[in-house]
Design a protein around this ligand. Sequence first.
Ligand SMILES: [Zn+2]
Length: 88
Amino acid sequence: MNSNEDTSQKIGGRPEKNIWKHFIKGNEKTPGRYEATCKACAKYWTRGKLVVIEEHLANHCIYTESSVIREYLNITANRNKDDDNQKK
Ligand SMILES: [Zn+2]
């Protein structure tokens, strides 16, 4: 396996491509919006934005592993912090 690219989870860029481990990627319908099917629960989007399907994993998908849910809860929570830039 060629794992040079992502052996470590470096923070810095959003790991947007990892989202496609959890979804079946279809055609790009409009820029940034893809046909997507959740591999866990088979929910289907005709034009899924990455933020929407990430939030599906974080909040809505009851069939996804809890470790994955936590990962995407962090991602969506960090994004929401852009507004409210305070750390605890
Ligand atoms: Zn799902």
